[in-house]
Design a binder for this molecule. Sequence first.
Ligand SMILES: *[C@@H]1O[C@H](CO)[C@@H](O)[C@H](O)[C@H]1NC(C)=O
Ligand SMILES: *[C@@H]1O[C@H](CO)[C@@H](O)[C@H](O)[C@H]1NC(C)=O
Ligand SMILES: *[C@@H]1O[C@H](CO)[C@@H](O)[C@H](O)[C@H]1NC(C)=O
Length: 328
Amino acid sequence: MVSYQFRIMALPLMGLLMATLSSAQTATPPDGWPSFNYQGIITEKSQMLYNPTDEFIFPSVFHAGEYLQDPLAEWYIYYAPHDNPGGISLMYASSLDGPWREYTGNPVISRVWEPHYSVPHTSSPDAAWNSEAGRLFLYFHGSNSQTRWAETDDGLNFDYGGIAVDNAMGGANVTESSYARVFPHPDASSGYAYAMFYMGNERDNIRRIRLAESVDGRAWEVDPDYVVQPGPEEDSNVSAGNIWEWDGQLYVVYHASSGRIYARTIDATLRDIGSVPILLHAASGEGNDTGRVASPEILTYEGGTYLFYEAGDRLGATIAWAKARDES
Ligand SMILES: *[C@@H]1O[C@H](CO)[C@@H](O)[C@H](O)[C@H]1NC(C)=O
Ligand SMILES: *[C@@H]1O[C@H](CO)[C@@H](O)[C@H](O)[C@H]1NC(C)=O
Ligand SMILES: *[C@@H]1O[C@H](CO)[C@@H](O)[C@H](O)[C@H]1NC(C)=O
């Protein structure tokens, strides 16, 4: 009787029916799941000093005040254009709420770095403190076939590191190895100190999230199994996997061809992954927060939970931020 009534009511309401069908492909979030409210744009395109292509992607927030001597400010955010020539860039702020100021020496890592490489672009920076080295490691791709790293004591001037992962390390079908995020390995018994999620594209033109692990943040081993493969909700690509812990549970958070940001549960070994995505963020429709959202970076600090992300078309995006009230 209940389902009969549902059908009578739902059929004339196609919008409601569509919503019901699509929500069936995501899992119900646990209690206390954050709801992110759009706050604004960090990279105001018209005001940026280094702006070769009018698009900015892949925010990576680093707590400079906790690790660096005399940083420019408490917080650094690395980001980059994606299209050629790219160029790893930096803004800084005394608070996660901003305002963010652009570093005048951008880009801090360019597409040509003699004698190490010359590539069409560098992009997708991820800043990860390396406690063994006592330095900040910055991972980035350039070109799309390699994720490299550089090391720095001040976040501004870098020593070249090398290639962290390349296509061959992921297997014979891999055609791109980019969009990496590096974090302390959550499994103390693994023998690894660091883990990386990155995007592997393959000959079938499907983008999946891969896992690499490292003892020192320099030499990496790629796991042959995928972390996230796109399912019916995500459509044909998933990318920009990142780690996030919420309410004692680890998640891999990522974006997809659907234009939305998802989370799947993951265990400390990084090998037991939830089969159904939970929706984490979709564009609110408010202000410039329309269309695609991507490349999530989430931090909880002093009672606020912040989502930094990329808003807009893949080659027209900009860095935006949203904030959730702390419910705990
Ligand atoms: C490469 O792709 C082919 C075709 O889909 C598949 O049969 C093969 O197992 C793949 N090889 C690897 C190493 O993934
Ligand atoms: C998958 O990604 C590629 C490269 O960004 C893009 O050309 C393609 O349209 C994407 N597929 C979907 C369904 O969005
Ligand atoms: C959208 O972004 C542009 C440029 O970044 C800015 O000038 C404009 O005020 C924004 N519009 C809204 C509604 O936020």
